[in-house]
Design a protein around this ligand. Sequence first.
Ligand SMILES: [Zn+2]
Length: 432
Amino acid sequence: MRIDACFDSHVHWAATGEFSQRLRLDGLKSAADIARLTPEAHHYRGEWLLGFGWDDNGWSERPHRRVLDTWMPERPVALSRCDGHSLWLNSEALKRAGLSKSSSDPQGGRLERDHDGELTGVVLDQAAEEVEKHIPAISPFEMRRYLLKAMQIFNEAGFTHIRDMTCDERQWNEAMRLDQSGVLTLAVEEYFWLKLVSDLDAQLELCERARKEQTNNLRVMGLKLFLDGALGSEGAWLSRCYHGSDNKGLILWEKPALTETLRRAWEKGLHVAIHAIGDEAADYVMNIAHELKAAGHEGALDIEHAELVRPETIEKMKGMNVRCHLQPSHWLSDQRWLQQKIGDLTAHAFPWRRLQEQAIPFDFGSDAPIEPASLARTFQALRDSAEAGIPRLLGSPASYMGHSDLSWAPNSFTLLQDEKPKQVVFRGEHIL
Ligand SMILES: [Zn+2]
């Protein structure tokens, strides 16, 4: 099988390189299990120990800072959950981030508490973002190293094109430097991460500057923002409560701020990509897009993940400039607990078939480093999910794995054998 301009439509470029260097926690069977891990020097950034990949679904106890305090009492520890939407911190990290029992939850974030009202050390979404500010930033040299490491991961997985969702100024500068020196074997669509509406002016300016500077392999697309959290950590915004709780998830953006962002980015011809995993998040975005359209404002809207979308929301996508970016491989990870967490809403999960039926355009991607960048996993997820009752994709998945603009980085293609890359060609050169 040949795929032209083989495209991963949703990745975190720098993080794919950086997370590959972190202490991996994928195999933990319980919180206490962490005691058997011994960190190495490259797992630290400054004094902070950084890890990635724990998954508490299936653990008998909640992760707690006390477990980390016993294991690593002196240095700050910040461990990202497998969905990248929460951090598990020890007491030293909480202290450095200025968090204590009397701290309150930020808008769009949560500080988890135990029965005594004490912080457990698990912080979600916006609260995790605030902790990140206390972790030393990576240097320009490290940034280039992570971008190159990730490029190698994508190329080896068969991708010649990626769509990167979390660019910032530092990353842009280093990526440009790499492309100017001729080492990039990856065509990259860049979205700049808009964390808060107060950063909108600065981010729009950055997009304009970057657009003037864009190189052969780097394209500026627009802004990306997180509207809700993730399903696994019960932060995705649902129309109903998660099973056994009074929680419908997290909303990171208020309507006026989101409306202003869409309007102003669209005025400049930029895309706005919105992370919307829960069914209510996707519906809220489409309602705002319709209100803007009625007021004469239109532009390109990308819905990221779109893991749960109700039929009436898909109706609202018709006739709009909207494209969905789906990650079938999330099904492989989420199937274990999906029904248990969201019950009947599962009927709206992984809606590729319904999007096809309503002619709403979409692409497939991996969300690397949250899931490994892998074509084989996408194929497998589509097959297995259809057997488990998720409406089956019509036609070949490969139709959703190539970049639509074949004139960009022309003569780039991937040959697959048994769904694995056998040959990868970028701009006419064999890179695998
Ligand atoms: Zn993502």
